[in-house]
Design a binder for this molecule. Structure first.
Ligand code: NDP
Ligand code: 8X3
Length: 249
């Protein structure tokens, strides 16, 4: 049986991916800061697969390395890493942006992804096998007004997806990116700091993607035969053609 480590498994895309991979009989190391959500997933999934939880903030370099390095022996062999933890914080013109929000997005979406990858890659190189799936975004392909630093963080994920692939392919490690458009999760609630009405408006008048839609695609990507690497996927709701072209009714 394979093992996957999923960051940001407490909500949205990560939570749905944990469920989808459990249905494929993949054992799971699920990560996040909200222990109650991790516990909930364990009780939902432990009849299907083995589940281990890691509670860390991906910004905490020391804790990320310590917890991954100190995994029990039977959990040290990670076949699939899903780099999913991340969020937008704020939606402001650059001149009005909050520096704390900028730090959060760069530290979580970019540096956090790097720390977790760096902690997991050595054993993948050792066994000359592995698959890293990075959750980027349409915002990593196209900049939109007020998206500035969030877009920059996701453009960095796009660059890292390419860079990781170039550096790791000789070790038989697949590196894939899934870049979604509008997915209704807790994403906009976090972006708007708990303002649920404003968050709902982001998805009003369209049928957005769901976390399960993206989880299905991740499940497809990680179950391709070993000679196939789906390197880069852009996934949009039918009602969305670009970051700003959204067909609302
Ligand atoms: P959610 O807000 O529902 O989930 C975000 C997840 O990231 C949570 O599990 C959260 O866990 C985790 N996370 C956030 N900050 C940290 C941190 N500092 N340390 C550890 N974990 C953290 O959003 P989504 O599911 O939508 O987002 C998942 C990914 O998908 C993100 O990378 C996002 O940028 C990307 N994405 C989302 C889109 C959308 O429209 N929703 C579109 C394109 C990409 P916890 O709070 O428990 O730590
Ligand atoms: C999330 C998609 O368009 O809200 O990455 O930036 S968007």
């Amino acid at each position: 049986m394979k093992t996957a480590l999923i960051t940001g498994a407490t909500s949205g895309i990560g939570y749905a991916t944990a469920q989808a991979l459990a249905n494929l009989d993949i054992n799971l190391i699920i990560c996040g800061r909200r222990q109650n959500r991790l516990d909930e997933l364990v009780s939902n999934l432990q009849t299907k697969v083995k589940v281990y939880t890691l509670n860390f903030d991906v910004r905490d370099k020391q804790d990320v390395f310590q917890q991954i390095e100190n995994l029990p022996k039977e959990w040290k062999n990670i076949d699939i890493l899903i780099n999913n933890a991340g969020n937008a914080h704020g939606l402001e013109l650059i001149q009005d942006g909050d520096i704390e929000d900028w730090d959060a997005m760069i530290d979580i979406n970019v540096k956090g992804l790097l720390y977790v990858s760096k902690a997991v890659i050595p054993q993948m190189i050792e066994k000359q096998n592995g698959h890293i799936v990075n959750i980027g975004s349409l915002a990593g392909k196209e900049v939109y007004q007020k998206g500035n630093v969030y877009c920059a963080s996701k453009f960095a994920v796009d660059a890292l997806n390419q860079g990781l692939r170039m550096d790791l392919y000789q070790h038989n490690i697949r590196v894939s990116a899934i870049n979604p458009g509008l997915v209704e999760t807790e994403f906009s609630i976090v972006r708007f700091k708990g303002d649920e009405d404003r968050a709902k408006k982001v998805y009003q008048g369209i049928e957005p993607l769901t976390a399960n839609d993206i989880a299905d695609i991740i499940a497809f990507v990680v179950t391709r035969p070993a000679h196939i690497n789906i390197a880069d996927l852009l996934v949009l709701p039918t009602a969305q053609a670009s970051a700003t072209l959204v067909n609302r009714i």
